[in-house]
Design a binder for this molecule. Structure first.
Ligand SMILES: Nc1ncnc2c1ncn2[C@@H]1O[C@H](COP(=O)(O)OP(=O)(O)O)[C@@H](O)[C@H]1O
Ligand SMILES: [Mg+2]
Length: 336
């Protein structure tokens, strides 16, 4: 249903999306996961014909976003990060306006508006002014406008962000109920969100594709990795940070060692394990055998960022390459 091949999107100075490829089959719910600035919104804007790609090919139901934008738009419903609402309009008035814009025939429009208002649970506020609605209701009005022309594909940009827990549950249920009829891509920067809502997940970070997998496979891959915070006393200037870093990195099962802080005679490190490896006993042993004094050792949760790094061992190398390329782009820009 959706095919993205080698998509790149450059802004003046940044490469927001860097040569990513993926495909989404009909009827799937796919989560587009990545931290802020990863390139999710940019990709979605290209898919919905709001932005032209800098390179690569994107098709929706076989239609190219550059060659046949009208055909693509007919088949796509889009809920941007901020729903495109007119705050001074009543809900039903707004949906009528959107319906005309989308070219829905007048004789079908009223019935269709009734249907989507039921479906999105906004019928009870149909004559309310949009600016007076709660954020949850506004988001559902946004969804109602996205599905109004009954598109095959729904593109939802962070549909649950900023909602309270009750509203999040409501919105998730609504998205699920839409899944049978539509192919859905939803973006989020929250890992648990894809676990709740999606069958497959596409992970991007710094504009690059990090993983495409089923949610089950992904959580299995990540399960068992842990991060341990280790604090050492270095009041007399010993041990020195470089030495500690090096020794900790040599422990079997350690995937990464980060120095977090070195203040007031304390050294704080965060040590991550490979999947399924118990590193605490060896960590403790190494510290003690080295004659260092251990202030504290405790578990810390792996953040989304950490998970990206786990999934891409070559991340840092790639980042350097990307920065190099950005410099080249700027240079080429300046030459022109
Ligand atoms: N209109 C723009 N002009 C220049 N840079 C932009 C623009 N929109 C986004 N960016 C940059 O592109 C990158 C990706 O942004 P975005 O697609 O919004 O990421 P996400 O939605 O994952 O948070 C970021 O570095 C962001 O600063
Ligand atoms: Mg975004």
């Amino acid at each position: 249903m959706i095919k993205v091949e080698g998509l790149t999107k450059r802004y003046a100075r940044t490469i927001a999306v860097d040569n990513i490829s993926f495909a989404v089959e009909k009827g799937q719910i796919v989560g587009f996961l990545g931290p802020n600035g990863a390139g999710k919104t940019t990709t979605m804007r290209v898919l919905t014909c709001f932005l032209p790609p800098s390179a690569g090919k994107v098709t929706v139901a076989g239609f190219d976003v550059l060659e046949s934008p009208m055909e693509v738009k007919k088949r796509i419903g889009y809920l941007p990060e901020t729903p495109p609402l007119y705050p001074e309009m009543e809900v039903v008035e707004y949906l009528d306006f959107v319906g005309r814009l989308k070219g829905i025939e007048a004789r079908n429009l009223r019935r269709r508006i009734g249907e989507v208002m039921e479906r999105c649970a906004v019928a009870d506020v149909q004559n309310k002014i949009i600016s007076k609605l709660s954020k949850g209701y506004r988001q559902r009005v946004g969804l109602a406008q996205a599905i109004l022309h009954n598109p095959d594909v729904l593109i939802l940009d962070e549909p649950t962000s900023g909602l309270d827990p009750q509203q999040i549950i409501h919105t998730r249920e609504l998205i699920h109920s839409l899944a049978g009829d539509h192919t859905i891509i939803l973006s989020t920067h929250i890992l648990s969100e894809v676990e709740h809502s999606c069958e497959r997940v596409i992970i991007i970070s710094s504009g690059r594709l990090v993983a495409i997998d089923s949610v089950d496979n992904l959580t299995n891959r990540l399960r068992g990795s842990e991060a341990v915070a280790v604090e050492l006393d270095s009041a007399d200037g010993r041990p020195n940070p470089g030495e500690v870093q090096q020794r900790l990195e040599q422990i079997a099962g350690v995937s990464r060692v980060l120095m977090k802080d070195s203040k007031n005679g304390r050294l704080l490190f965060e040590v991550e394990s490979l999947q399924g490896r118990q590193i605490r006993p060896d960590l403790a042993r190494t510290v003690v055998n080295s004659g260092w004094s251990l202030n504290e050792m405790r578990s810390v949760g792996l953040s989304l960022e950490d998970i990206f790094l786990q999934l891409t061992a070559s991340e840092q190398r790639d980042e350097q390459r990307k920065q190099q390329r950005e410099k080249e782009v700027v240079k080429v820009g300046a030459d022109q």
